[in-house]
Design a protein around this ligand. Structure first.
Ligand code: ATP
Ligand code: MG
Length: 565
C-alpha cells in the first residue's frame, strides 16, 4: 500500500467527473440519486464518514438526493442499537436523507419474487450441497469449478423446493438457492453464487416472518434498482462483484444503476472495520464503541472532534482508485484548524505546582480580563480571578534549567498570562527533596496597561488561582495501537495486535479556572499551551468536571507539508 504523498492531496475526486459527464450526456435524465448503505452490525467509523461525505456531498453538489438505507440482510449480526447510532451519526455529520429511512428488509417480498423469476428463467437452482462441499466444488483462482450434482434440477422442482425452503420445511443450511452462471468463470463470484440461504434468526425488523434471507449480492443491486439510484458507489473490494451486480439486474430486466468503486480509507495507527472494532469492544480493550480512542464517529465526537473537521478531512483526502493509507496527522490537523477558529481559550493546570507571591496582599482577589479567542473578535472577554496563591504547571519550572528554557527558574522572571511579571525567589521542598512550592515576588506595575507592562520577558505561563480553582479530571489520549499498520488479517485472527499501553493517561488532580466547571458537555476549549480539550459527553458534571484531550497544539502535519514545499 502506498503512503499518500503529503503534498499531493489535491482534493481530487474522479467520481465527481463521472457524475459531471453523465449530466453532460443526459444519461440520468436530470436525476442524481446516491445512497449510503450501512449494515447495522456496528457503529460507524471514520471510513464510513468518507463514504457519507462522498454520497451525500455529491447529491448536494449536483442538486440530487441521497438515500440512507440499512442493508439488513444478516439478522445474526444486526441490531437496533446500531440502527439508532448510525442515524444519529449521519445527522451529526450534518447530512439529511431523502424523505424516509430505507431498509433492505422492506424489499424482502420483492426479492423473493425476483428469486422466483430467476428460477422460472432457469438461471437459478436449489442446491443440497453443504457449505463445505460448495467451497470444494467452487475451485480456485487457477482451477475451474465443478457443477453441483443438483445443478440440473427441473424448473418445477426448483420452484417447489424454494417455496418449501421459504415455508420452513428444511433445516438451516440444508439447502440454498444459487444463481446458475458459470462454474468455469475466471471470476469466482460468477461461479454459481449462493443467493438465498435458510436461517432461523429473529430479524430486528421482520422478526420471525422469514426463515430464508437473500445474500448481500442478491439484495444490494436490486435495492439500488428499486430506489432508482443513479450512482451506486462502493469500495474497491466490490469491483469483482460488479459483473454479478450487472448480471442479476440484466436477468431481471430492471432499472440499472451504475456501480462505481473507490479506494476505502485506511488510517495510520487505526483499524477501520466494524468487525475488528467490535472485538475491541467485546474484549473490553476499550470502554465501548464511543471510547474517545476509537475511530468511530461516536468516539471521535466524544473526544472533541467536530463535524466540520471530519468533513474537511474527507474533502482533503479526495477520492482515488488505488488504496493508500492516510496519516493520522492530517486528521488531527483538520481538527486543530477548526478548533483554532471556534474554541474558547481558558487556563487549566494539568500537573499543579503551587506558586505563592510573597509581596501580594493576603486575601486580595483581582478579577482580570481575559480574551476568549484572539481568532474571533466576536467571542469577547471574561474575568479570571487572581490572588496571592496560584498553581502553575510543574513542567514550567526547572531548578537547574538548560540555556534555552524560557520558563520559570530560580532568580528568573516570567509573565503570568493576563496578569503580572513574577520572579522566583525561593524553592520549597519536602523531606524527600521533591519541590512543593515556589515563593515569588511580583512587579505590581507590570499588569497590562501598567508602566512596566512592556518589559521584555521571554516566557508566558498559564496559571489558576488556588482558592477559586476547581478540581477536574483530564484524560489524555494517544494512539490505540503501537504500530502505524496495526495488524494484517492473519495477525488479527491470531490475536496478535499490539495495543498501546499508554493510549490513555488519567490525570485526576487538575486545576481549572472556575468558569470551566459550568461548561456544557461536549463543549471544546483550548487549554492555553496544553492543547484542545472537550468536556466529556458522558461523565462531565459541574461537581466533577471531566475533560478529554482532543488533540495537542503541535501540528506535525503543517510541519511536514512546509518541509516538503
Ligand atoms: P466494515 O468492514 O467496517 O464493516 P463495511 O464496508 O462492511 O465496513 P458497511 O456498513 O457495509 O460496512 O459500509 C457502508 C458503506 O460504507 C459502504 O458503501 C462501504 O463501502 C463504505 N465504507 C466502509 N468502510 C469504508 C472505508 N474504510 N472507507 C470508505 N468507505 C467505507
Ligand atoms: Mg459490509
Amino acid at each position: 500500500m502506498n503512503k499518500q504523498n503529503n503534498t499531493d492531496l489535491n482534493h481530487s475526486n474522479f467520481i465527481r467527473e463521472i457524475v459531471k459527464e453523465g449530466i453532460k450526456t443526459n444519461k440520468w435524465k436530470g436525476r442524481i440519486c446516491t445512497r449510503f448503505p450501512p449494515e447495522p452490525n456496528g457503529f460507524l467509523h471514520i471510513g464510513h464518514a468518507k463514504s457519507i461525505c462522498l454520497n451525500f456531498g455529491l447529491a448536494i453538489e449536483f442538486g440530487g438526493t441521497c438515500n440512507l438505507r440499512f442493508d439488513d440482510t444478516n439478522p445474526l449480526k444486526e441490531e437496533n442499537v446500531y440502527v439508532k447510532s448510525i442515524i444519529e451519526d449521519v445527522k451529526w455529520l450534518g447530512f439529511s436523507w431523502a424523505d424516509k429511512i430505507r431498509y433492505t428488509s422492506e424489499y424482502f417480498d420483492q426479492l423473493y419474487d425476483w428469486a422466483i423469476c430467476l428460477i422460472k428463467k432457469e438461471v437459478a437452482y436449489v442446491d443440497d450441497l453443504d457449505a463445505d462441499e460448495i467451497r470444494k466444488y467452487r475451485g480456485t483462482l487457477t482451477e475451474a469449478g465443478q457443477n453441483s450434482p443438483f445443478r440440473n434440477r427441473s424448473m418445477e422442482e426448483n420452484l417447489d423446493l424454494f417455496k418449501r425452503m421459504k415455508n420452513g420445511e428444511f433445516l438451516d443450511g440444508a439447502k440454498v438457492l444459487r444463481a446458475k452462471i458459470d462454474m468455469t468463470s475466471g471470476n469466482l463470484n460468477m461461479r454459481d453464487p449462493v443467493i438465498y440461504r435458510i436461517l432461523r434468526a429473529k430479524h430486528h425488523r421482520t422478526g420471525d416472518t422469514w426463515c430464508i434471507y437473500p445474500m448481500y449480492d442478491f439484495a444490494h443491486g436490486q435495492s439500488d434498482s428499486i430506489e432508482k439510484i443513479t450512482h451506486s458507489i462502493c469500495t474497491l473490494e466490490f469491483k469483482d462483484h460488479r459483473p454479478l451486480y450487472d448480471w442479476i439486474i440484466e436477468k431481471l430486466n430492471i432499472y440499472h444503476p451504475q456501480q462505481i468503486e473507490f479506494a476505502r480509507l485506511n488510517l495510520g495507527f487505526t483499524l477501520l472495520s466494524k468487525r475488528k472494532l467490535l472485538k475491541l469492544v467485546n474484549e473490553k480493550h476499550v470502554s465501548g464503541w464511543d471510547d474517545p480512542r476509537m475511530p468511530t464517529i461516536s468516539g471521535m465526537r466524544r473526544r472533541g472532534y467536530t463535524p466540520e473537521a471530519i468533513r474537511d478531512f474527507c474533502e482533503r483526502i479526495g477520492v482515488a482508485k488505488a488504496n493508500s493509507t492516510v496519516e493520522m496527522a492530517l486528521l488531527e490537523h483538520c481538527l486543530r484548524e477548526d478548533l483554532n477558529k471556534r474554541a474558547t481559550r481558558v487556563m487549566a493546570v494539568l500537573r499543579p505546582l503551587k506558586l505563592t507571591i510573597t509581596n501580594y496582599p493576603e486575601g486580595q482577589i483581582e478579577e482580570l480580563y481575559a480574551e476568549n479567542n484572539p481568532e474571533d473578535p466576536q467571542s469577547g472577554t471574561r474575568m479570571v480571578p487572581f490572588s496571592r496563591e496560584l498553581y502553575i504547571e510543574q513542567e514550567d519550572f526547572m531548578e537547574d534549567p538548560p540555556k534555552k528554557f524560557f520558563r520559570l527558574a530560580p532568580g528568573k522572571e516570567v509573565r503570568l498570562k493576563h496578569a503580572y511579571i513574577v520572579k522566583c525567589e525561593e524553592v520549597i521542598k519536602d523531606r524527600n527533596g521533591a519541590i512543593t512550592e515556589l515563593k515569588c515576588t511580583y512587579d505590581p506595575d507590570s499588569k497590562t496597561g501598567g508602566p512596566t507592562a512592556g518589559r521584555k520577558i521571554k516566557g508566558t505561563l498559564h496559571w489558576v488561582s488556588v482558592k477559586q480553582a476547581r478540581k477536574a479530571e483530564v484524560r489524555i489520549y494517544n494512539h490505540l495501537f503501537i504500530d502505524e499498520n496495526p495488524a494484517n488479517e492473519q495477525e488479527w485472527v491470531d490475536g496478535k495486535f499490539a495495543l498501546n499501553a499508554e493510549s490513555m493517561e488519567i490525570l485526576q488532580d487538575c486545576k481549572i479556572e472556575p468558569a470551566l466547571a459550568s461548561a456544557k458537555p461536549g463543549a471544546q476549549f483550548q487549554f492555553l499551551r496544553m492543547g484542545y480539550f472537550c468536556a466529556d459527553l458522558k461523565d462531565f458534571t459541574p461537581d466533577s468536571p471531566v475533560f478529554n484531550r482532543a488533540v495537542t497544539l503541535r501540528d506535525t502535519w503543517a510541519k511536514i507539508t512546509k518541509q516538503n514545499k
